[in-house]
Design a protein around this ligand. Structure first.
Ligand code: PEP
Ligand code: MN
Length: 264
């Protein structure tokens, strides 16, 4: 079902009116790793909106590596995201971690994110296949492209074709960057499937200074959008501060994206 062999036309995913896919203007999804407070999310939402972002991201349910760190504001975080959408008009992207929460998160989200750690949570994928909210499926940190596409297949097999694939870096021997950004997967996956492909250079590199060059590279490689973390005070962020762009940094990135889009 994900293969282009049987589906030569590219799928366009419609996220509350924002169209993502081949032939569409590449989109920019921006926002903090996690929703931390009303002030933080409202401030960020307003800023990224005026700078030109298309969608607002923010985690309410956070898949943290250890249990003693900030786990997210959960439903309260979802309510704050809805408030930020109301204030800015930006559709919202947020993660759902368990099949039991699909109904709850889908009440708020315009695009449901499956994180790298849950790429092969098959019950979650099946549950997401049964609803009609679009899904942003992130590549597992050690997943091959074949495994990644097989995970997407689970969602399509249940009837939901609105799936975006997102490269977010994979584990390799290299430790100088948080993960290794597999940019070649972008043109490859576009040959293999009809689904839109996005790139998350924040989690792929783990380092703020690398986010703008890798965002540019993603667009040139043919990505249908980028997903970047932005925080009003990255040094105080409860998660992923080192890879989060400042407001100034995001404004510069957007200027690059606008210039590049004029060529693509
Ligand atoms: C995130 O987007 O904040 C996140 C946890 O990403 P990933 O699942 O790619 O690590
Ligand atoms: Mn993050």
């Amino acid at each position: 079902l994900v293969s282009r062999d049987f589906h030569p036309d590219h799928t366009i995913v419609d996220v509350a009116g924002v169209k993502i896919g081949e032939g569409q203007r590449p989109v920019v999804v921006a926002g903090p790793c996690a929703v931390e407070s009303e002030e933080q999310i409202m401030k960020t939402a307003r800023f990224v909106k005026q700078a030109g972002a298309d969608l607002l991201r923010g985690g309410a349910f956070k898949p943290r590596t250890g249990p003693h760190t900030f786990q997210g504001m959960r439903e309260e975080g979802l309510k704050l995201l809805a408030k930020a959408r109301e204030a800015t008009g930006l559709p919202i992207v947020t993660e759902v971690m368990s099949p039991d929460n699909v109904g709850l998160v889908a009440e708020y989200a315009d695009l449901l994110q499956v994180g790298a750690r849950n790429m092969q949570n098959f019950d979650l994928l099946r549950e997401l296949g049964k609803i009609r909210t679009p899904v942003l499926l992130k590549r597992g940190m050690s997943a091959t492209i074949e495994e990644f596409l097989a995970a997407a297949e689970y969602i399509l097999a249940e009837g939901n074709e609105q799936v975006i694939l997102c490269e977010r870096g994979i584990r390799t021997f290299e430790t100088a960057t948080r993960n290794t950004l597999d940019l070649a997967m972008v043109p490859l996956v576009k040959e293999m499937t009809h689904l839109p492909v996005m790139v998350d250079p924040s989690h792929a590199t783990g380092k703020r200074s690398l986010v703008p060059p890798m965002s540019r590279a993603a667009l040139v490689a043919g990505a249908h959008g980028v997903l970047v973390e932005v925080h009003p005070e990255p040094e105080k962020a409860l998660s992923d501060g080192p890879q989060s762009l400042t407001f100034d940094g995001f404004e510069r990135l957007m200027a690059d994206m606008v210039r590049l889009r004029a060529y693509l």
